[in-house]
Design a protein around this ligand. Sequence first.
Ligand SMILES: [Zn+2]
Length: 253
Amino acid sequence: MTTQYPENENPSEPWLTYKRALVVMAHPDDAEFGCGGTLAKLVNNGMELGYVVCTNGNKGSNDLTMTSDRLAVIREDEQRGACSVIGAKDVTFLGYGDGELEASVELIGKIVREIRKFKPDIVICQDPWRGRHNHRDHRNAGQATFDAVYPYARDHLHFPEQLEEGLETHKVLEIYATMTENPDVIVDISDCIHDKINALKEHKSQIGDPDALEQRILSNTSELAESHGFEYAEGFKRHTFSFGRAPTPKTQA
Ligand SMILES: [Zn+2]
C-alpha cells in the first residue's frame, strides 16, 4: 500500500508542507550570500533550521598580517553571529581547511551523520553542476551533499557504525540547490531582505564596506525578482526524491 502524503505544491513556500531544513555549505558566509533571505523566511514561517559548515574558511583574507589559525576562530564566531540573526536552531562545523574539501566518502559520512541526526525534510546546498567555473570547495560540498542525501543517508548498510550509535537512516524529500544558474524555484524574500543583509554584516572579516555590501545585495536580489513581480528574490534548482515517506508532521500551533 502506498502512503499518501501532501505534495509540496508550492515549492516557493516549502514551509506550507515541511517542518525541518538543513543547509550544508562549504564556507562560513556561503549560506547567507546564497540564500540568507530564504533561510530567515523558513524560520519566520515555523520551520526548524540547522546549519552544517564544511570548512573553517581559514584562507579568506587579504590582510597580510592575518594567520590561518586566527582566521578560523574569527570566521566560526562570525558564522555563529549570522546563524543567530537568521534564527537557526544549531550549527555544526566539520572543520576542514579552506580549499581542502574533497567530495570524499569521509566527507559524505560526516554529512550523512548530520542528516541522520537532524532529520530534515529538505536540504539546501550549493549547486555542484552550475554551468561555469565554480569554487572547488562549493563544487565538492554540493556534490558530497547530493551523494549524502541519496543513497548514503537512506540506506542502512552505509555507515552502519552510525546506526550502532543510535542514529537511524533518513530519507530527505528534496534538495534546493543555491548558487545556481537558471533557477526553477523563486522565493520572494522582500520581507526578509534585511535579515539577509544583517546576517551578512556579521561576517565582518569578509564583507569590506557594509554599505557597499548592502547596495550590492539589494541590486543582485532585485534583478532576479523583477521578472517575477517581487521586490527581492532568491533562486534555487529543485531536486525531488520519490521515497514515499510523509514529511515530518507539523507539531507547532
Ligand atoms: Zn564559499
